[in-house]
Design a binder for this molecule. Sequence first.
Ligand code: SF4
Length: 238
Amino acid sequence: MAKLATQGMVRAMAVRPKPKPARPRPGLKEKARIQALFDRFATTSEDPRTELKFQSPFTLVVAVALSAQATDKSVNKATEKLFAVADTPRKMLDLGEAGLIPYIASIGLYRTKAKNVIALSRILVEQYGGETPLTREALMALPGVGRKTASVVLNELDIEPAIAVDTHVFRVAHRLKLSAGKTPDQVEHDLTAIVPKPYLTRAHHWLILHGRYTCVARRPKCETCIVADLCPSRMSFL
Ligand code: SF4
């Protein structure tokens, strides 16, 4: 196990050089604005959680892996039936790629995702005795599990605070001028550095929910936005 973790660590380090911050360190005034932003988000929901349905670390990993470029709603619809028959790596492996495809065929990139889910299930059965390892290095060594998926899993299970950057988080972070990063890694790096520590675990969810329901891509709902007075982009959309 230690050897496997080391190999995974080497691989993760090799594929992901530390991103350079795209944002200068905030001054006092900016720090106060950022604090106020997250204080405000905290009033909307004390302990926000993923909208993906799961029953175990394994089903969470699978659900998050399936959710790439797909809505949580479409994934939940598929996994409701899938997890009823295959909620462990062993059962997933027994189901096989051909058996899995009909359950997830409504989700984008389903063929690649089916391959990855079966491959990762095989690794969990053969190398981890059917358990799901809950370290970033081990998770990122699984097929189809990138940094974002690992971050969502570790954050959701309260193992490691992490801000996974999806399209919503990326957009909201830019509009709120929390980051000018050109890549998700840069934005993640900026957010991790500036989000007040007590809010690190929940920031990911607040930003996603804000992007999903209020600060939407085409016509953000600035007139009802709870952080409008703290948003430098508001005037661009009014
Ligand atoms: S004011 Fe508008 S642009 Fe700014 S965060 Fe709110 S919805 Fe988004």
